[in-house]
Write a protein that binds this ligand. Structure first.
Ligand code: GAF
Length: 385
């Protein structure tokens, strides 16, 4: 039985009919460029092979019914199916995990797209809470499926922006646009160089195997509880720093103007936030230049420097992330850093192929609960079959 058959059967079990189509959207790792997206800066994520898949059929009775074997938390659920009235969807209302698809449907409609009710069955291989964008995968697969089924022509970047809006406005989390753009716009074999200010995108070839390298992802399976409120505080701190400097965003501080900017900021915390964002934007550009020059193995020290900046200046790392990154380096990784928002989640480690086993073993010995897998750039969201 293929994966697609399995999805169709699970849909039929949940809803008693066949789906009209199936879609998939990936999670992501970010190679470098952390907490830069909401500062109008640069990011460099790539799509994972792990995806959230959706089997979907339209409804014409004004209902959105969603079901998931992986995400069912029973909130408002009858037999695992969460049923919501499309006309009742409103920002701030919560339906457990189903808030995400509800938010996407509400946002597409609010933007004037001709989408309506549906039955949706989800299944996902993206680790939840691993800092690997499981929520963006859920948003993007929902948006793409609804748009394509209802014949709404929405370009990929616009789709990502709508998904971001659904999280900002409906769910209430002030995230940037990196994760949704990665899930919607990445292509296999490439990292995505995104300039968030102009939303210009470039696919940067990234063939790790050809360079004799492996990118290990180590999910610490730790998520510190204060992460949501902390993210909002970091974002507003960055905005305050830019405002005090008379700039639209921290992206506007040039690298060679960093010292002057730091001198102009009286608050120590805002100085640290600024230093991270400015140096991180620079690191993204340096990593991209090395990748363009075919020097993949040389990006390691930039990844490690990015981790130090997130730990010391932005202060979003935690003991488990530091332990895993440090252990990977000691065991032979060329570079290692936390990836994603922080306060738990995952580390990426760039490792010579022949050291992958030793690094994996060392990381597992240091933190037994860790989940380690190899990642290579996979395709963005797509229709299945
Ligand atoms: C989270 C957010 F959703 C992204 O927008 C980004 O800010 C990231 O944290 C940090 O780089 O994943």
């Amino acid at each position: 039985m293929t994966d697609l058959d399995g999805l169709g059967i699970a849909f039929k079990d949940a809803f008693g009919r066949s789906p009209e189509g199936c879609w998939a959207a990936p999670g992501r790792v970010n190679l470098i460029g952390e907490h830069t997206d909401y500062n109008d800066g640069f990011v460099l994520p790539f799509a994972l092979a792990q995806t959230t898949r959706a089997a979907v059929a339209r409804r014409d009775d004004g209902l959105l019914r969603v079901h998931s074997a992986d995400m069912d938390d029973g909130v408002d659920g009858v037999g695992g199916v969460v049923e919501l009235r499309v006309d009742d969807l409103a920002p701030g209302t919560s339906a457990g995990w189903a808030t995400y698809p509800a938010a996407v449907l509400w946002t597409l409609r609010e933007a004037g797209h001709p989408v309506g009710g549906a039955d949706i069955h989800y299944t996902s291989t993206v680790p939840v809470g691993g800092g690997l964008s499981s929520s963006a995968a859920l948003q993007v697969v929902t948006a793409l499926a609804l748009a394509e089924l209802h014949g709404a022509a929405i370009a990929r970047q616009e789709l990502a922006l709508l998904c971001q809006r659904s999280e900002n406005v409906y769910v209430g989390a002030p995230v940037g646009v990196m994760d949704q753009t990665a899930s919607a716009c990445c292509t296999a074999g490439h990292a995505l160089h995104l300039d968030v200010r102009g939303l210009t995108r470039r696919q940067v070839p990234l063939d790790l195997a050809a360079a004799g390298l492996t990118l290990l992802v180590a999910d610490t399976r730790v998520k510190h509880a204060h992460s949501d409120g902390a993210y909002a505080k970091l974002r507003s701190g960055c905005e305050a720093a830019a405002a005090q400097l008379g700039l639209a965003a921290l992206r506007d501080v040039p690298f060679d103007g960093l010292d002057a900017a730091l001198e102009a900021l009286p608050d120590e915390r805002l100085r640290r936030l600024t230093r991270h964002v400015v140096t991180e934007n620079r690191r993204v550009e340096e990593v991209v230049a090395l990748l363009d020059a075919g020097r993949v193995g040389d990006i390691g020290p930039l990844l490690t420097a990015g981790h130090a900046s997130l730990r010391d200046d932005f202060q979003v790392s935690c003991a488990e992330l530091d332990l895993v990154a440090g252990t990977a380096l000691d065991a032979g990784a060329l570079g290692a850093r936390m990836t994603g928002g922080g306060f738990g989640g995952s580390v990426v480690a760039l490792v010579p192929e022949e050291r992958a086993g030793a690094v994996t073993q060392a990381v597992r010995a240091a933190l037994p609960q860790v989940r380690v897998f190899e990642a290579a750039p996979a395709q963005g969201a797509h229709r299945l079959g």
